[in-house]
Design a protein around this ligand. Structure first.
Ligand code: RB5
Length: 141
């Protein structure tokens, strides 16, 4: 599964952690499917130098819009800027989530195709759990 990742300077470190986690192919279904792997497409940023979050948010949203990536994960300080940006792109349903329950429900009830996270407001361990849940939960219809 191709997953687009993007972050501004505030989300850079968390993006790197999530990318490393996904590239290892870890998921909550490891026991069932140990070969689960993600093809991570990294849209930056690539350092802690200040950047404008919409520049990256739009690229990730467009990659999901055209089907190049099935899902996107966008990270800024609060997740607010990235979610506002991504939701301006037709066909994008970006969900700003703070809990694992929200990550599950945004897939089940909203068919969200982008998960927006705030690196300054959630713990990295929680973020990684949320990513795993988001990527492995189906839309309930
Ligand atoms: C950057 O300092 C910060 O404004 C940005 O990461 C984000 O939180 C905006 O919504």
């Amino acid at each position: 599964m191709r997953v687009a990742l993007g972050a501004d300077h505030a989300g850079y470190r968390l993006k790197e952690k999530i990318a490393e986690h996904l590239r290892k192919g870890r998921s909550r279904f490891d026991d069932i499917s140990p070969s689960n792997e993600y093809d991570v497409v990294d849209f930056g940023t690539s350092s802690k130098d200040s950047v404008d979050y919409p520049d990256i948010g739009i690229r990730v949203a467009q990659a999901v819009q055209v089907g190049d990536c099935k899902y996107g994960i966008l990270i800024c300080g609060t997740g607010i800027g990235m979610s506002i940006t991504a939701n301006k792109i037709h066909g994008i349903r970006a969900a700003l989530c703070f809990t694992t329950d929200m990550a599950q429900l945004c897939r089940e009830h909203n068919d969200a195709n982008i998960l927006a996270l705030g690196a300054r407001v959630i713990e990295p361990e929680t973020a990684i759990k949320m990513v795993d849940i988001f990527l492995t939960t189906a839309f309930a219809g």
